[in-house]
Design a protein around this ligand. Structure first.
Ligand code: ATP
Ligand code: MG
Length: 336
């Protein structure tokens, strides 16, 4: 369904205080998403997750690489010819509070795009109303209960369900969920995640799931691929369960090390790994991007960023010191 090859995106910004800055948000990301499949991207704040989601939905441009949707390479097409491909890919953003227009009722929110669609397919007003109700039921809301309401009268979880229903108005083939539950009350998160999983099985929709949380990535994409992204590069990828059970890249191992331990108080043995310092510490880009924070870095790591190489036929990593290490047993439980 989607084949991304070596996608790069660099932002150039000019701040009054920071001066001219070049931020490589994505440094050559490749993956493929089969029809009805799931891929997840995991990484900490600022690693390029949202940029990738925006590129996949055409909201953001990319400056290198190829994006193939349904066999068609999009970068060579005009914006008008690209639009129908991007319409098949809908994004659900992190913030259900700002995603909905506060002055429109839920009925208006859903019926606007449905009416546009009806113009193309020849549907009438009754069909639009019926479809709006059907979509609300599909996302687990009662049409009578919410159609006449404004977003502020709904809970965060209900709003996110409306956002999902709105994405479904154009009959997408791919949903991109970017931290779709991180701003929602924990009590409602599992419901939203199981809805997304359900839409995948019931409607055959493919899912790109973007998160910083391993537990949700696992829940959503257990039978799919997991890509671990660090400062715009995929540093480990493979079947979700394999990556979670036997990560070989120190960064993934750090991510999976559940319990933060203060430096100087590490337990004996390598079982709890904590990355050193913070994401912003290094500005120059020679050598492995993770080396300055890596507990296993050696001089060799300062020389060049390792390319993604196979660990086994389905599992890839980009590290000179890749090896399965015993990391602290991670509690993979979703907060309810
Ligand atoms: N429009 C922009 N102009 C300049 N820099 C940008 C822009 N958008 C993103 N960036 C930078 O690109 C990098 C990647 O940003 P992105 O939003 O994709 O990260 P993210 O992984 O989604 O982070 P978070 O988990 O905080 O949402 C960051 O360093 C960010 O500051
Ligand atoms: Mg983001």
């Amino acid at each position: 369904m989607i084949e991304a090859r070596n996608i790069t995106r660099t932002y150039r910004s000019h701040g009054a205080i920071t001066g001219a800055r070049v931020v490589p948000a994505l440094r050559g990301v490749s993956f493929s998403l089969p029809k009805g499949g799931a891929v997840s991207f995991i990484g900490e704040s600022g690693c390029g997750k949202t940029t990738l989601g925006k590129i996949l939905t055409g909201i953001e441009t990319f400056d290198g690489g190829e994006l193939v949707v349904d066999g068609v390479e999009l970068s060579g097409l005009s914006a008008r010819r690209r639009a129908p491909y991007f319409r098949r890919i809908q994004m659900i953003h992190q913030d259900p509070y700002s995603a909905l227009n506060p002055t429109r009722t839920i009925e208006q929110t859903l019926e606007d795009p449905l009416r546009m669609r009806a113009r193309e397919t020849g549907g009438d007003r009754k069909a639009v109303e019926a479809r709006a109700a059907e979509l609300l039921e599909l996302v687990g809301l009662s049409p009578e209960g919410v159609l006449g309401k404004y977003p502020h009268q709904l809970s965060g979880g209900q709003r996110q369900r409306v956002v999902i229903a709105r994405a479904l108005t154009v009959d997408p083939e791919v949903l991109i969920a970017d931290e779709a539950v991180s701003m929602i009350d924990v009590s409602m998160r599992l419901g939203i995640l199981s809805l997304l999983r359900d839409l995948r099985t019931r409607l055959g929709i493919s899912l790109v799931f973007i998160t910083h949380d391993v537990a949700t990535a696992r829940y959503i994409g257990e039978d799919g691929e997991l890509h671990v992204i660090y400062r715009g590069s995929v540093i480990e990828s493979g079947p979700t369960d394999t990556i979670i059970q036997t990560p070989v890249h120190p960064y993934t191992q750090c991510l999976l090390s559940a319990i933060p331990i203060m430096r100087g108080l590490e337990l004996p043995g390598p079982q709890r790994l904590v990355p050193i310092g913070s994401l912003d510490e290094r500005t120059e880009d020679t050598g492995c991007l993770f080396a300055p924070r890596c507990p296993f870095a050696t001089d060799e790591c300062e020389v060049a960023q390792p390319a993604l190489t196979p660990w086994d036929p389905t599992h890839q990593h980009a590290c000179l010191h890749a090896e399965p290490r015993q990391v602290a047993a991670m509690e993979i439980a979703l907060s309810q």
